[in-house]
Design a protein around this ligand. Structure first.
Ligand code: GRF
Length: 203
């Protein structure tokens, strides 16, 4: 990667999105940072060949890579991903429903250039199934967090959060849907804060 230095303003930026599934956050990032714009989503990488996110990327004419991530195969995945990011001159990586854990080395080398979205108000409920765990805990509110990725799981410096209420009768599905709508608004905004150099990666 690339031309932009985290903590400074990027007039132009090429963004890659890592996604394992549906790719609705990818869709919201693609709308905010469209192909051909000064700041644009240029590439999608998925560990899942059948991920709808890849299809969405191909339809929009973006570089779309399926890179296998077999058990014990993280090194090979990261080597190929690093190659793709370098060739694509990618400045910023947005993890969006990417269900794999990147190595400390990969993340350290790119600190400030990798963001993640998590469907809870971190530091509450890091890791898997945060919506279900928020409901089980009897929380009155939850939300989503965009953060810089560091070596831990959902532990990096927070860029932005959006809060949503938990309503009586909520199921995991209804709460997830409400949080997802907030993610779609928050993620593009947080990317803007980072690319403007306003939100800085302080470890
Ligand atoms: C989002 O809720 C995200 O926070 C979580 O996985 C979901 C991905 O959804 N990590 P999508 O693939 O962006 O539609």
């Amino acid at each position: 990667m690339a031309n932009w230095t985290p903590g400074t303003r990027a007039r132009r930026a090429r963004i890659a999105v890592f996604a394992s599934g549906r790719g609705s956050n990818l869709g919201s990032l693609m709308s905010a940072y469209p192909r051909g714009a000064d700041r644009a989503v240029a590439m999608v990488i998925s560990d899942q060949a059948a991920a709808p996110a890849l299809e969405r990327a191909r339809k929009a004419g973006l570089a779309a890579y399926h890179i296998q991530f077999p058990k014990g195969g993280r090194e090979a995945f990261e080597r190929q991903a690093a190659g793709a990011l370098a060739i694509g001159e990618i400045d910023l990586v947005c993890l969006a429903g990417f269900m794999r854990i990147l190595s400390a080395e990969f993340v350290r080398e790119r600190f400030g250039r990798i963001l993640n979205v998590h469907p809870a108000l971190l530091p509450e409920f890091p890791g898997l199934d945060p919506q279900r765990r928020a409901l089980q805990a009897g929380a009155r509110a939850s939300g989503c967090t965009i953060h810089f990725v560091d070596e831990g799981i959902d532990t990096g410096p927070i860029i932005a959060q959006a809060r949503v209420p938990i309503l009586p009768g909520d199921s995991e599905a209804t709460l997830s849907e409400r949080i997802l709508a907030a993610e779609h608004r928050l993620y593009p905004m947080a990317v803007g804060l980072v690319l403007d150099g306003i939100s800085r990666p302080v470890p």
